[in-house]
Design a protein around this ligand. Structure first.
Ligand code: HDE
Length: 714
């Protein structure tokens, strides 16, 4: 990151005031300055941290090392125990702080929870985004579901909404979760593959488990390779309930929609980025926040009245189904923003622990069989990862008072004075709080039935919504799905596995099944197993979420220059892009000063490049811009890597802006008769296939507007 960004960081951060949770966390901040001396963990000052106490022999020879050295021993002991178990799923993640607020009290019709109804409140939040399959050190851009786990630090206690970027799940019943996770994770005999679902076990499992069909379609779509965590929708997935002040209950789903729109990488980009910049998403989140481009989402709810529970052709408690928006509209009730990066990764992102059973009064559960299992699992897993007192860890502790008679356990940090650790007690200390004073109360629900292990009939239909999803995609999104299935199934070498999945696809769409079968040498079906009903819902395509006004805010634009480039143009374009809140990055043949046109080679003007052509690749940027300059154009055209930059960016459907002499460089690099180019020396701006060229420079029109095209879905 360049030094100019560094100062932007400090500038942006200065505007963020500490919310209640940040103030709470600061209680545990350690003040380190250059005057701080080293001490042991028990506070005694250390005079030498480099040399283990040992015996010096005569004539300066080295003698034995002494176990007596408590300072060395402490240092090594502490190091030996630095690692904790990684999450069994969602091990790789990134997190940030922010705040949530509702627009008005619309939701009070359905809930009395102040976090969802009181517009005067700003609730601190922490969000952890994650991939599912890979280990903690795996790459960010792999094809996978993304976790979208939110912790709301409300005045009534923590509310954890532990969602994903896909609105449905692979299984309906929590008891299948260990099988699913075993199947998706690296195979047990050789621990292959990492960060991939492209292997026999995953496709074997989902092929035999038709309830996964819907979610698999989403995962194979562009949703599986997001451009950024900031450009993903979030979904609570499970069906929760809300309870209003009159005690009336409704069913609810939570949906988060990014204001920047929903955007994805291309598969080729994602694959390359996994090697070129495995931290791409993590850095993207940090960079945007540090530059003051705070990611923002609207917060919506879908509500179904109790009386309507059974009036749909799917079960509203089935997590493999969406509630289509044409049946159940979304009420946008609020929004949230991420505005602060973490101070220390381990203490915050690694130690944050979510629990679906953490709800606050006014919010409750439903009989969703996946949710019920999750409510058990999350608490349990934190005990392995963090110990029984995990809720006392700074990032997890609520901002409201915590008072109860739970005691002891490993790593107890609270000191509870007094002799009372039970209830009832003679002083009425730690007494239950009646609902009228905020005590949590379960909705009184009449329950009757026969205890048995079955799935009710509506839980047995698995293909209708998989078809709905596929039908709703644009043609290019469908092409991406076909390519994804073809990639994944080609990585399976057991024919039973890919044959089996082609049969699943043929239950969804005949053409899809035929195309994929041909690509992977599977059995080409001659007729559909199930007729595609042909219904669509436009809200399922991510094109639906393109921002109303095109924007390049927070996008990364690479400016390709070599010696002899036109400095005035570059300065003008950079200023224009900066005012549109995009970041520009100078890429040159070396990470040193690049001399501008007409300047003296030693003392003349120029710009120090942020990176050289080999150090970063086009995949890390959203668009590229190339200024004019005759020497520069010659240099660029003869640099194979620079030409590759242009070709690759075009191949990934990125906007390319070029001016004057650079137009010919782009023309030669692409060598495509379909693309039209401007003539040099003429003011006209030609925009063709995302390549925007102009003979002469005019910052107010061409380049910036053209680059705004970049964020639209590919
Ligand atoms: Fe999770 N899931 N899950 N999951 N999940 C975990 O909890 C589990 C499910 C999700 O950033 C674990 O703390 C079961 C659906 C996210 O820390 C574990 C079932 C959805 C995260 C667990 C599900 C999710 C987790 C592992 C089926 C989307 C990362 C570590 C009944 C709505 C949270 C941990 C973070 C993490 C169990 C299904 C999302 C083992 C049993 C559906 C975002 O407890």
């Amino acid at each position: 990151m360049s030094s100019s960004i560094g100062s932007a960081v400090r500038h942006a951060m200065a505007h963020v005031t500490d919310n209640a949770k940040i103030k709470d966390l600061k209680r545990d901040h350690v003040n380190i300055s250059s005057s701080s001396g080293l001490t042991t963990d028990f506070g005694s000052k250390i005079s030498d941290t480099d040399n283990w106490l040992s015996v010096q022999g005569e004539n300066g020879t080295q003698g034995p090392f002494l176990l007596e050295d408590h300072i060395a021993r402490e240092k090594i002991h502490r190091f030996d125990h630095e690692r904790i178990p990684e999450r069994v799923v969602h091990a790789r993640g990134a997190g940030a702080h922010g705040h949530f607020r509702v627009y008005d009290n619309t939701a009070s019709k359905w809930t009395f929870a102040p976090v969802l109804t009181d517009p005067s409140r700003t609730t601190p939040i922490f969000i952890r985004f994650s991939t599912v399959q890979g280990s903690r050190g795996s790459a960010d851009t792999v094809r996978d579901v993304r976790g979208f786990a939110m912790k709301f630090y409300t005045d009534e206690g923590n509310w954890d909404l532990v969602g994903n970027d896909i609105p449905v799940f692979f299984i309906q019943n929590a008891i299948k979760f260990p099988d699913f996770v075993h199947a998706v994770k690296p195979e047990p005999h050789n621990e292959v593959p990492q960060g991939q679902t492209a292997h026999n076990n995953f496709w074997d499992f989902v092929g035999l488990q038709p309830e996964s069909a819907h979610m698999v379609m989403w995962a194979m779509s562009d949703r599986g390779i997001p451009r950024s965590y900031r450009m993903m929708q979030g979904f609570g997935v499970n069906t929760f309930t809300l309870i209003n002040a009159e005690g009336k209950r409704v069913f609810v789903k939570f949906i988060m929609t990014p204001q920047l729109g929903v955007h994805s990488l291309m598969w080729d980009e994602a694959l390359k980025l996994a090697g070129q910049d495995p931290d791409f998403h993590r850095k993207d989140l940090q960079e945007a926040i540090e530059n003051g481009c705070y990611p923002k989402w609207t917060f919506g709810i879908q509500v179904i009245e109790e009386k309507d529970e059974h009036s749909f052709d799917f079960d509203i408690l089935d997590a493999t189904k969406v509630w289509p928006e044409y049946l159940v509209p979304i009420h946008q009730i609020g929004e949230f923003t991420l505005d602060r990066v973490v101070d220390e990764y381990f203490s915050e992102v690694e130690q944050v622990a979510f629990c679906t059973s953490h709800v606050v009064p006014g919010i409750g559960f439903s009989d969703d069989p996946l949710l019920q299992g999750r409510n058990f699992s999350y608490f349990d897993t934190q005990i392995t990862r963090l110990g029984i007192n995990w809720e006392q860890i700074p990032i997890n502790r609520p901002v409201c008072p915590v008072m109860n008679h739970h005691r002891d356990g490993a790593r107890q940090h609270r000191i509870n004075p007094g002799s009372i650790n039970y209830f009832p007690n003679r002083d009425n200390v730690g007494h239950p709080v009646p609902p009228s004073h905020g005590g949590y109360i379960e909705h009184a629900q009449k329950v009757e039935g026969i205890k048995r292990r079955i799935r009710t009939p509506k839980f047995q239909e698995h293909f209708s919504q998989a078809q709905l999803f596929y039908n709703s995609l644009s043609q290019h999104e469908k092409n991406h799905v076909i390519a994804a299935f073809s990639f994944e199934l080609s990585h399976c070498d057991d024919q039973r596995v890919y044959d089996g999945y082609i049969n699943v696809l043929n239950n969804i769409d005949f053409d899809l099944a035929v195309t994929v079968a041909k690509n992977v040498n599977g059995p080409v079906p001659d007729k559909p197993v199930r007729i595609n009903h042909g219904h669509k819902d436009q809200t399922l395509s991510q094109l639906y979420y393109a921002p109303k006004t095109p924007t390049i805010a927070s996008r990364r634009i690479a400016v390709l220059i070599t010696d002899g480039f036109n400095l005035t143009e570059v300065e003008g374009v950079r200023a224009a892009l900066a005012s549109a809140k995009a970041t520009t990055w100078i890429i040159g043949p070396r990470r040193a000063k690049i001399h501008s046109e007409g300047g003296h080679i030693i003392s003349g003007s120029g710009i120090v490049a942020d990176h050289h052509f080999e150090g970063q690749r086009s995949t890390m940027f959203d668009a590229i811009y190339i200024p004019s300059g005759s020497e520069h154009a010659k240099n660029l055209a003869s640099n194979g890597r620079a030409v590759h930059w242009i070709r690759e960016a075009f191949g990934h459907c990125k906007a390319i802006g070029a001016i004057g002499d650079a137009v010919d460089v782009v023309k030669q690099a692409l060598n495509l008769p379909e693309v039209n180019f401007a003539n040099s020396g003429v003011d006209d701006v030609v925009s063709s296939y995302g390549v925007v060229t102009t003979g002469k420079y005019d910052v107010s029109s061409a380049v910036v507007d053209a680059l705004e095209i970049a964020p639209s879905p590919k």
